[in-house]
Write a protein that binds this ligand. Sequence first.
Ligand SMILES: [Zn+2]
Length: 136
Amino acid sequence: MAETSIPVRTCVGCRRRAPVTDLLRVVVSSGILVPDPRRRLPGRGASVHPTPGCLLAAERRRAFNRALRLPGGSQLEAGPLREHVHGSSSEGAGTRTRTGSSTEVEQGGGAALTTSGSSTSDRHSAGPHVDRTQVG
Ligand SMILES: [Zn+2]
């Protein structure tokens, strides 16, 4: 039982603690956020879930600047990181995100845009049918 302890980091996007195997390590190289999935690159790294939602949340609150101990005004290029995150999922392949000129949609909680597939909304179909209609 030597390799069972996996380090836990806090995602800079959703601020939840998760094992490093679930998170993507990100380092900065000359102002560019570089994904480091193998966690091999030197220097200070930030951990984030490799999901568009957590990445967006981290970018909005400048969590990378804070986690990487960068000056607050420094602009970070997140292009390679976005490509890595969006590339892991099958959707959103050529979506360019312009900073500042796109339509701003206010989403609390950093929910990603789930287009395909149904969510867990129809949970009424599971389990025994309980009729709560009170007659009388
Ligand atoms: Zn997260």
